[in-house]
Write a protein that binds this ligand. Structure first.
Ligand SMILES: Nc1ncnc2c1ncn2[C@@H]1O[C@H](COP(=O)(O)OP(=O)(O)OP(=O)(O)O)[C@@H](O)[C@H]1O
Ligand SMILES: [Mg+2]
Length: 433
């Protein structure tokens, strides 16, 4: 019996067998519905062409035979559409490999699909902290980065977008300084055009900033209220007055733009949720980040997770739009056998980038002409920025308390290499440009 991953190779085969008829059919959409069943969408004008109809009939019979439960019955497998653009509206679509006229329209049950890569924001640098696995020290590293940037006089705007498991805000704000509202409140109020009621009171400045500023936008306010009920609505798309549908991640983008305009920071740090998750996809691909940090422990779960993600970008034809923004971070590097650990991690990371994202170099061609890096290239995205495991940051009851008394030397010892990398990208000379 045919299963999901066999469907597109089989469609490709059937189309190859009908290659001679394809030019007469014209643009062809393969609609893979929410239940992953395939149907064809064809230009209405072709309905009166017997040659096209015979070809479509033959294709549909073959699809039914080979795709089994993933096909519609041949008699109901073609939809005619007078305006093909309507069938594509808002859906994820990618070209079927080898067929310029054929698009696969992939309907997903989730809003986000990781394949819509928003262009880089034109404002200040946005840095997203992401990892496949949770509990790898993302929020701690973000708090340390905010602390360090503020020490250097920068103004940092921080978003806790780990809405389902928020924690960053408490690392940067003591309970009494929390604002009344948070991101989740705004997302819910915005649905009824009431975002302004919470906008002015959803940001608080951290006492940890010395010369600069750390503004924190938490997931929820001082009193979370009916957080679970609010969270259950936060992902709602919104129908605008002009009838336009705005996905929740676009609403979130609108909020971030508005808070950027309000606070005029030098840099924005975003704590994402972990895993191949809907909110994480919005953080990584939807908010126009210039830099996406991929936190990694050296384990199979990490690499197979990143591999699935990279493969998805590749299949969807968007790898080039995102790859230059990525940077691997070696999280919590163990104290013992450090060199071997990092060497091994770098190699596995290199294999992953080489297989999925780096350009192949044809024999005789110069490396510089393609997007490709050597294993040892320290400026390469696969080459990890290091954060050391340190008992002084392990299992803290209050990271805020820890950061209140920490000194620059301690932060440097644990996060130094990571912070240097970050500074090279978000450093002041770039930010003032
Ligand atoms: N550099 C470090 N050295 C030792 N322990 C650390 C370090 N960084 C973080 N930790 C500890 O690891 C645990 C997880 O850290 P943190 O909450 O920052 O991770 P996270 O990736 O944000 O997790 P989550 O996925 O739950 O949001 C915490 O107990 C923290 O104190
Ligand atoms: Mg966290």
């Amino acid at each position: 019996m045919t299963t999901f991953d066999e469907v597109l190779p089989l469609v490709t085969q059937v189309l190859k067998e009908h290659a001679a008829a394809l030019p007469t059919i014209g643009p062809l959409l393969f609609n893979r519905d929410l239940n992953s069943r395939i149907r064809l969408i064809v230009d209405e004008a072709k309905r009166s062409d017997p040659v096209v109809m015979a070809a479509l009939d033959s294709i549909c019979v073959q699809l039914q035979q080979r795709l089994g439960p993933h096909a519609y019955p041949a008699a109901r497998a073609v939809l005619f559409e007078s305006d093909m653009a309507v069938a594509l509206d808002g859906a994820t679509a990618f070209q079927l490999d080898g067929f310029a006229q054929v698009l696969v329209v992939d309907r997903l049950a989730t809003e986000s699909d990781w394949a819509h890569i928003a262009p880089e924001s034109t404002g200040v640098p946005r840095v997203v902290f992401f990892s496949i696995k949770g509990g790898v020290g993302r929020s701690t590293a973000l708090a340390a980065a905010a602390w360090s940037m503020a020490q250097a006089g920068q103004r940092v705007l921080v978003f806790d977008l780990d809405l389902e498991s928020p924690g960053l805000s408490s690392a940067l704000l003591p309970a009494e300084r929390r604002p009344t509202y948070g991101i989740c409140d705004w997302l819910v109020e915005d649905l009824v055009d009431n975002g302004d009621a919470v906008f002015a009171d959803m940001t608080a400045s951290s006492t940890l900033a010395r010369d600069g500023e750390i503004w924190v936008v938490p997931a929820h306010g001082r009193e979370p209220g009916a957080y679970v009920s609010k969270l259950g609505r936060a992902w709602m798309p919104k129908l605008q007055r002009d009838g336009r549908r705005e996905a929740w991640s676009q609403r979130l983008g609108r909020l971030i733009d508005a808070l950027e305009a309000r606070w005029q920071p030098d840099v924005i740090l975003i704590d994402s949720r972990a895993g191949i998750d809907e909110i994480a996809s919005s953080c990584v691909t939807g908010l126009g980040a210039q830099l996406v940090l991929l936190f990694a422990l050296n384990g199979d779960q990490t690499w197979s997770g990143y591999r699935m993600l990279f493969q998805h970008w590749l299949n969807a034809g968007v790898a080039e739009a995102i790859r230059e923004r990525l940077q691997v971070v070696a999280a919590m590097v163990p104290e013992t056998a450090r060199v071997e650990y990092v060497d091994d991690l770098r190699e596995l990371s290199f294999d992953l980038f080489t297989d999925a994202l780096y350009d192949e170099i044809p024999p005789g061609e110069v490396i510089g002409e393609r997007w490709n890096f050597d294993l040892a290239d320290e400026g390469a995205p696969h080459c990890p920025w290091l954060i050391h495991w340190h008992r002084g940051f392990a299992a803290l009851r209050s990271l805020h308390g820890r950061l209140e008394t920490v000194d620059a030397q301690e932060v440097q010892a644990v996060f130094g290499q990571f912070l240097d990398g970050l500074n090279d990208i978000t450093g002041s000379e770039r930010m003032t440009s």
